[in-house]
Design a protein around this ligand. Structure first.
Ligand code: 3H9
Length: 698
């Protein structure tokens, strides 16, 4: 194995090159290599040292796989100290992304250059951490406090050009940054320029900065409610302006360690690896490659079809959007354009960008335009016969190797595949509403879906910025199958004594983006009502689970669309308001079932809703519908507003301890419909044997 860090000398310039795939993370070997190369560079007769990386990117940060393990010297802090105290000026050449510890290392060096397409950022907050290698102390010295607050609390990367304007970079190279750095180093030698340390830049907090910090605290408390790392970041940034540099570093280190020990960071780090793991398909034939996809057909210009078309058009694909009639097509296009107009108004997109996206989009009612597409995604009404007829038609029109995907939420992929002569090229691609916003894509494997088809769906999903997870075939796939159990417990908490607002507040305070009752109102209570009409009594389960929802729909309360559901909605502000009429319906429904209401605590609400998810998730895992527990977490965190800092329902169960989960579920047998709470056999087995959900499927 070649060393991950090497050193070469050309004339009076020494160059340290880090080559540690995949992302040049600052692993033990890399840290050690840098220290050794710095020692050599100190002793030779070079005058300037360049530090750069090989491969797809500059350093992407500390090595996250080492977190939670005993630290191995040299620490990152020791590497940074060696860079700072090195007698020769050090020039960093950035390509790809300089992230986290990677950018912190660059800030420690004397001069920074980057390629035009490079990006820099401090994304630690996404891992429940803060920059722990001086980032909170050095960045504000270069950019001022406002920019530092924005970059570090959001974790957003910025472009090389913006980094130049912000004072982070000295130069943006139009060509290869390695060559740019060589020329820059030569110029430094010619000028006789020396060291230039960021730590020496003075930073004093003004009254404006204090106001800025306090405003940021308020905004973050609302936007990132319950999250600890962002507030700690603000403490460190304040320290940067009120303490000496070295005191600030100590404060930062303490805050970093506190974050590291916080369960929120454990959860977010779990999710980091879960997200990457989810796109991997176990047992896939070695050498399987995705088919090239450039041109995509979308069937149905409704809300979902339109959203899916936007995803592809804005990721550079050619999109042919087909609807059965001109009116439907124009309505769909109108919504797409309106969505884009809002983005332009809010400054998220430029008018030129939108024009480009719309140029990628071909709206048509002519199905023959699909003859040459590489992939078709069907997004028509949820009706099996209708979808089957679409698949049959597509099978006749499209080239033999075109992949046919369905955005169905519930229908059998196998039944759709059976309508074609290419069952191996049929797959589910289940997007979440609004499709252009929600990150999750469930890739649903049919019995005959080939490895190539699955690999293609995964690759395409990644290209349009989705987080993909594989689901096997079952009613509702991973996400919606579990959601029924979550919704059931929400309704039961109300039947037993809580109000809809109590249930929603409990879950929202716990971190859910939106409480279950409010979600029900948003989605439309009539949808579940109509779906239940298709089910047998046995499939519906105990009456107590859905009677309240039925009574609301029967009273004309469909949710937001009818101005009333579990709540009433202010016609002007659309704000939800508690409604005495709902309290009456709840009372009547309880009376109908002979229920005497009791106090339901916030803790019980959270336990019941989250453990209902974990219990069904365990069944899904055992049946092999999900490949791994972490995939289920990905589905919930990226598709259902589950708080990422909780790591997903399976992570919640695992961290709580499976035995405690089983004991708590056993207590819920005493709630009104005991049959709802049959313990998943997998949980019972793991509790008995002391096993872990994380090891299932490995
Ligand atoms: C930090 O720096 C703390 C410091 O402040 C203080 C320390 C004291 N470590 O995402 P991809 C792996 S915290 C280890 O699919 P892309 C990843 O798991 C860190 N491994 O590629 C995957 O492995 P596999 C702050 C890492 O091209 C493979 O690389 N930095 C790390 O779509 C490819 O990853 C961050 O948070 C890592 N740091 O995106 C940046 N990063 O192939 C995190 C990646 O086995 N990284 N891997 O599944 C990223 O945002 C993206 O990976 C990046 C590339 C944009 C770089």
């Amino acid at each position: 194995m070649t060393a991950p860090v090497s050193y070469t000398v050309t004339g009076r310039i020494g160059t340290i090159v880090i080559d540690s795939p995949p992302v040049n993370a600052l692993s033990h070997g890399v840290r050690q290599g840098i220290i050794e190369c710095l020692k050599v560079a100190e002793a030779d007769d070079t005058e300037v040292v360049i530090l750069r990386c090989e491969g797809r990117t500059f350093i992407a940060g500390a090595d996250i796989t080492e977190f939670g393990k005993p630290p191995q010297a040299p620490t990152l802090a020791a590497v940074l100290a060696a860079l700072e105290s090195h007698p020769k000026p050090i020039v960093v050449a950035i390509h790809g992304t300089a992230l986290g510890g990677g950018l912190e290392l660059a800030l420690c060096c004397d001069y920074r250059l980057a390629g035009a397409t490079a990006k820099v950022g401090l994304p630690e907050v996404n891992l429940g951490l803060l920059p722990g290698a001086g980032g909170t102390q050095r960045l504000p010295r270069l950019t001022g406090l406002e920019q530092a607050i924005d970059m570090i609390t959001t974790g957003r990367s910025i472009t090389a050009h913006d980094a130049l304007t912000a004072g982070i970079l000295d130069e943006v190279c139009s060509g290869d940054p390695a060559e740019g750095a060589a020329a820059f180093a030569k110029a430094l030698i010619d000028k006789g320029a020396g060291k230039r340390l960021t730590r020496d830049i003075p930073l004093a907090i003004t009254d404006d900065d204090t106001a800025l910090l306090s405003q940021a605290r308020d905004t973050i408390a609302k936007r990132l409610k319950g999250q600890t790392a962002p507030q700690r970041i603000l403490d460190c940034l304040e320290a940067a302006g009120t303490m000496t540099f070295d005191e600030g570093l100590v404060a930062e280190r303490r805050a970093f360690e506190a974050c590291m020990e916080d369960p929120q960071s454990t959860a977010l780090r779990h999710l980091f690896f879960a997200e990457r793991m989810a796109s991997k398909i176990d047992g896939m034939a070695v050498g399987t490659e995705a088919q090239p996809v450039k041109h995509v057909g979308i069937i149905g210009a409704g809300t979902m079809g339109g959203g899916i078309a936007m995803c592809f058009a804005q990721s550079g694909f050619s999109v042919t959007l087909v609807d059965q009639d001109q009116e439907g097509l124009e309505r769909g296009l109108g919504i797409i354009k309106k969505n884009y107009e809002i983005s332009v108004k809010r400054g998220r997109l430029s008018a030129e960008q939108v024009e480009g996206f719309l140029r990628n989009l071909e709206p048509t009612t002519d199905w023959q335009r699909l003859q040459n597409v590489d992939l078709v995604i069907e997004a028509v009404f949820e009706n099996l016969e209708l979808k089957q007829s679409v698949f049959q038609k597509l099978d006749n029109i499209c080239a033999a190797d075109t992949i046919l995907a369905s955005n169905t939420s519930y229908q059998s992929i196998d039944a759709l595949a059976a309508a074609t002569n290419r069952p191996d090229r049929v797959v589910g691609m289940h997007f979440f509403s609004p499709a252009n916003v929600m990150r999750l894509l469930e890739v649903v494997r049919g019995a005959a879906s080939s490895d190539t088809t699955l690999a293609t769906a995964m690759a395409v999903g990644k290209k349009i910025g989705k987080v993909c997870a594989l689901s096997g075939m079952c009613y509702g796939f991973i996400g919606n199958r579990m959601l029924r159990h979550y919704g059931r417990e929400a309704a039961l908490c109300v039947m037993e004594g809580a109000s809809p607002a109590q249930v929603d507040h409990a879950m929202e305070r716990w971190g859910m983006a939106m409480g279950p009752m409010a979600v029900g109102d948003l989605a439309g209570l009539d949808i579940g009502y109509r779906a239940r009409e298709q089910l047998s009594d046995e499939e519906k389960g105990p009456r107590i689970n859905f009677l309240l929802a039925d009574r609301l729909v029967e009273a004309g309360r469909m949710g937001q669309k009818s101005g009333a559901g579990y709540y009433r909605y202010n016609p002007e502000t659309r704000a939800r308001e508690e409604d005495p009429a709902v309290a009456e319906i709840i009372d009547a429904t309880r009376a109908e079932l002979g229920i005497t209401p009791r106090q339901v605590s916030e803790e019980e609400i959270v336990d019941r809703l989250t453990l209902a998810l974990a219990n069904e998730g365990a069944r899904i895992l055992e049946e092999g519908i999900a490949q791994r527990a972490s995939d289920i977490d990905v589905v919930y965190c990226f598709g259902y507003g589950f708080p990422r800092f909780r790591g997903g329902p399976m992570h919640v169960a695992e961290s709580r301890g499976i035995q405690s989960v089983v004991d708590t579920i056993a207590r819920f047998h005493g709630s009104l419909a005991a049959e709802n709470w049959l313990i998943a056999p997998l949980l019972a087995r793991l509790a008995a044997q002391g096993g872990r959900l994380a090891d299932i499927g490995r």
